[in-house]
Design a binder for this molecule. Structure first.
Ligand SMILES: [Zn+2]
Ligand SMILES: [Zn+2]
Length: 115
């Protein structure tokens, strides 16, 4: 005679993992940008919404911002308290070192380099 076990959801199956890494986002295609997050210097990803807006997202801290350019989230958009461009730009690190392994870094640029 087969034993029948009562099927009840256990605490474990009912609880969602604390950090659900993939929300509905897994259905989106994110592309890498050559910009880095102004909060944590993580690489910024971008996707286009169905109505052709752009959503930027940090691959590290998962901050999301909508905007016309990476500046919505990246270091290029850093401003001084006065509202003046802080002159920081994201640059691709062509030669990552153990000290600076990040592929994209933020650096201060001279006035004439600013675009
Ligand atoms: Zn970040
Ligand atoms: Zn940038």
């Amino acid at each position: 005679m087969p034993s029948t076990l009562p099927i009840t959801p256990t605490e474990k199956t009912r609880q969602r993992p604390e950090k659900a890494p993939l929300r509905a986002d897994s259905e989106f295609v994110w592309s890498l940008t050559s910009h880095c997050c102004r909060i944590c210097f993580g690489r910024i990803l971008v996707r286009e919404t169905f109505d052709r807006r752009k959503v930027y997202r940090c691959s590290c801290c998962e901050t999301e911002a909508e905007g016309h350019s990476e500046k919505a989230l990246c270091c290029c958009g850093l401003k001084l308290k006065t509202g003046v461009d802080a002159g920081v730009r994201c640059v691709v690190n062509e030669d990552p070192t153990p000290e600076f392994p990040a592929r994209v870094i933020a650096r201060q640029v001279d006035h004439h380099e600013r675009k």
